[in-house]
Every structure is written in structure tokens, then in C-alpha cells.
Write a protein that binds this ligand. Structure first.
Ligand code: KE4
Length: 423
């Protein structure tokens, strides 16, 4: 064990502050990172990697982008936190409403988990109904109601995803396969008038990237309307990854509530839940549904968010180049695998993608789980040795940023060619 990990493990479970960082599923130890800039991260041994984790999505501009750093520096000089309303929060909210017309009113929180947890509570408060539907393999943070797994069978009462989650809470969450409208229809019929909402990643990122089948999201909208339930798009990961907005804008489906995180805070602790004004009016102090937070709307995080969204909005070539580079990487990796006769499928949404070591198209969690995770782990370790820093799990996404250069892409594909040969 590295001396860094050994010492960290004295203080933190697994030596980390979020489980996936421990690299448990890829059979090697994580490098300790000391700095990041552009498309690179640098570890404590001064090894530089081309980074496709992007701190799990926020670094869409690349790390330490100068306008974001300058905005954070300037804001910090005026104080770190006030616990009071600021003009900057309103400015960020206006930018978010521009990007997400489906968000009429919102509340800032400090993490994606807080955003989805609050959205669930709000949906239950607004509808006065107990049940929530989520997809098997969908991840919405570690809130008790959402850290539930599917039981056996197609549409099941959730079972606790881990110890510490009471049956009574897990069983109020119904779990269905992604991309299966029939299963959702059945759940609505079985639990008529008891379902507060369905929360869904409109493009999944936490079973690896899985796109919705044509008509799926439209079908969810229709079923929620027919049953008086709310539709919640969890766009914590997809937000700003497929356009200056969300999947809701790309597919023109209007959720009742949306959750955001990651990019919206530019890498700082800031997340959002919001949507229809009539629903949001239920949130204290306007309404009876309570939610609060000491650091909600923190001025430093808000400054980073404003600078990030301003940059995304103002540079009209940003997304064109970002998607062209993303496509180059996708095609290059597919061609490299083909050349080495390695069976993979690739799913991409804008600037997030997953290479599955799987012969069949991945359309839900069941098909994702058929991937060869051992082969993925060998691929991951090979690429890390080639100084390419990928997400350490088959069921995560690669994130491409505006800072990835043609040389980065060339190096990535050439590294892949040599690693595929070893698999
Ligand atoms: P956070 O509480 O980690 O800020 O957000 C939770 C969350 C909610 N919704 C979606 C769609 C998410 O992807 C996430 C968090 N994503 C993971 C990566 N798969 C964060 C990485 C981690 O857990 O360390």
C-alpha cells in the first residue's frame, strides 16, 4: 500500500472521502492528486495524466480555467460565507433559467444528494403521496429513499441498498428497469394514486452511459400526467453535457422538477433543485415543506458557477468543438478495439461516454451488468500505466472537456491501441 493511502486509511474508511475514489473495482491503488489544470491531473509523485474523470463531471471547461479561478479568487477576497441572500445567487439563478426553461423557480443546495433528497421530499409534500419510482441502476446520491436496489422481478418494491436504511423507507421506493415503459405502467396500475413521482436520469450515467430509447422519456411524461404524479429529471450529471441546458431541452420533454449539480457549480459544492413555480412554492419559507442549509448558495461556489455558465454560454464554438472531440475519441477507441478484436460497445451523450466490455448494446442495468468487469479493470490499469486517467469503474462515464487537445486525443487512442493488444 502506498504511504499516502496507508496514512489516509488511518483517518478515512478506505482512505477516501467517496467510495469510488478507492479504485476497489479496478484492482489497483488510487494515485493521490496534488493539482489539476486544463485536461491534466498531477499526482504527488509529479506524474501527469490526461484526465477523463473531470472530478466526476464538473470540469467541463477543464481544470483551473482562468476565468473561474479569477472569479473564485475575487469572491474569496470579499469573504467566504455570509448565510444571507446575495445578488450573485440571483445572477446564477438567471443563468440557470436561461439554460433550463423548465426551471421556473429553484433552491441552491451543496450536493447532488441534497438536491435529489429535497426534490423527493417536495414531490411527496406536493402530492401527499408516499411512493417514488426509480430505475434499477439509477444513482441519485446517497439519500435513504434513493439508495435502494431492485428486488427480483421486473417492477419491485425497493430493498435497502445497504445496511442502515429501514425497510419502511426502502419499501416506499419502487424500482423498474430503465427504458421499459411497460414496467412503469404496471407500477402505476398496482399502486394507483399512491405515487408521488418518478425520478430518472434522462440519460443514465451511473450504470455507465445509457441513452433513453426513442419515446421513452415522452412515455414517462404521459404516464406521470395520467396518474397525477411528478416527473423528476436528475440532471446532476447530464446538465450542460449535451447542450447549454439539459436532456429536457434536447428531447423537448418537460419534467416537473429538475436536479442539477457538478457543472453548475464549476467544481465547487453547489447543486440545485427546481422546476414548476407552483410546486416550488411549497418550499419553506413560502410553503410547509422544510429544507435548509448553512452553506446553500455559498458565494464562492456561486462565483464559480456563474463564471462557468457564462463561459459555456458565451463561447458559441465551445460545444461544437467539444462534441467533435468527443466523437473523435469515441470513434478512435472503437476502431482501436476492433483492430485488436476486442468486443466493446460504446454509448455516448454529448461529452460523456462509456466503453462497455460487452458484445451487446447496453440499454439498461441488466445488459450493463453483462459487461466483462475483469477485462474493464485490466483495460483501466493499462491505460493508467499509459498516464490516461479514466473513471475507475465499468459503470461510470468518461468526461471530455473543452481543454482536451488533439494531442491528448492522439495519445489516448494510441495508448488504447497498445492496451487493447494486451487484453
Ligand atoms: P453528489 O451528492 O455526489 O454531489 O451527487 C449525487 C448524484 C446525483 N445524481 C446523479 C445523476 C449523480 O451522478 C450523482 C453523483 N455522481 C457520482 C458519479 N457517478 C459522484 C462521484 C462520487 O460518488 O464520488
Amino acid at each position: 500500500m502506498s504511504k499516502e493511502l496507508e496514512l489516509a486509511s488511518k483517518y478515512f474508511p478506505g482512505g477516501v472521502n467517496s467510495p469510488v475514489r478507492a479504485f476497489k473495482s479496478v484492482g489497483c491503488e488510487p494515485p493521490f492528486i496534488k493539482s489539476a489544470y486544463g485536461s491534466k491531473v498531477v499526482d504527488v509523485n509529479d506524474i501527469e495524466y490526461i484526465d477523463y474523470v473531470g472530478t466526476w463531471g464538473p470540469a467541463i471547461l477543464g481544470h483551473a480555467e482562468e476565468s473561474v479561478i479569477e472569479a473564485v479568487r475575487r469572491a474569496a477576497l470579499d469573504g467566504l460565507s455570509f448565510g444571507a441572500p446575495t445578488l450573485a445567487e440571483t445572477e446564477l439563478a438567471q443563468l440557470i433559467c436561461e439554460a433550463f426553461p423548465v426551471i421556473e423557480k429553484m433552491r441552491f443546495v451543496s450536493s447532488g444528494t441534497e438536491a435529489t433528497m429535497s426534490a423527493i421530499r417536495l414531490a411527496r409534500g406536493f402530492t401527499n403521496r408516499p411512493y417514488i419510482i426509480k430505475c434499477d441502476g439509477g444513482y441519485h446520491g446517497h439519500g435513504d429513499s434513493l439508495l435502494v436496489s431492485a428486488g427480483s422481478g421486473v417492477a419491485t418494491l425497493g430493498i435497502p441498498g445497504c445496511p442502515g436504511i429501514p425497510e419502511g423507507i426502502a419499501s416506499n421506493t419502487l424500482v423498474v428497469p430503465f427504458n421499459n415503459l411497460e414496467a412503469v405502467k404496471n407500477v402505476f396500475e398496482t399502486h394507483k394514486n399512491k405515487i408521488a413521482a418518478m425520478i430518472v436520469e434522462p440519460v443514465c450515467g451511473n450504470m455507465g452511459v445509457v441513452n433513453p430509447k426513442d419515446g421513452y422519456l415522452q412515455g414517462l411524461r404521459k404516464l406521470c400526467d395520467e396518474n397525477g404524479s411528478l416527473l423528476i429529471f436528475d440532471e446532476v450529471m447530464t446538465g450542460f453535457r449535451g447542450c447549454f441546458g439539459g436532456v429536457s431541452k434536447v428531447v423537448n420533454v418537460k419534467p416537473d422538477l429538475t436536479t442539477l449539480g457538478k457543472v453548475v457549480g464549476g467544481g465547487m459544492p453547489l447543486a440545485v433543485y427546481g422546476g414548476r413555480a407552483d410546486i416550488m412554492s411549497m418550499i419553506a419559507p413560502d410553503g410547509p415543506v422544510y429544507q435548509a442549509g448553512t452553506l446553500s448558495g455559498n458565494p464562492i461556489a456561486v462565483a464559480a458557477g456563474i463564471a462557468t455558465l457564462k463561459k459555456l454560454k458565451s463561447d458559441h464554438t465551445f460545444y461544437v468543438k467539444l462534441f467533435s472531440n468527443s466523437e473523435k475519441i469515441e470513434k478512435g477507441l472503437i476502431a482501436a478495439a476492433k483492430e485488436a478484436n476486442i468486443k466493446i460497445t460504446c454509448n455516448r451523450y454529448g461529452a460523456m461516454m462509456t466503453l462497455f466490455f460487452n458484445e451487446e448494446q447496453v440499454t439498461d442495468y441488466d445488459t450493463a451488468k453483462k459487461s466483462d468487469t475483469d477485462k474493464f479493470a485490466r483495460w483501466f490499469r493499462g491505460m493508467l500505466n499509459q498516464k490516461i486517467y479514466l473513471a475507475p469503474s465499468q459503470f461510470e462515464a468518461m468526461f471530455i472537456s473543452g481543454a482536451h487537445t488533439d494531442l491528448d486525443i492522439e495519445r489516448t487512442i494510441s495508448a488504447a491501441k497498445s492496451v487493447f493488444e494486451t487484453l
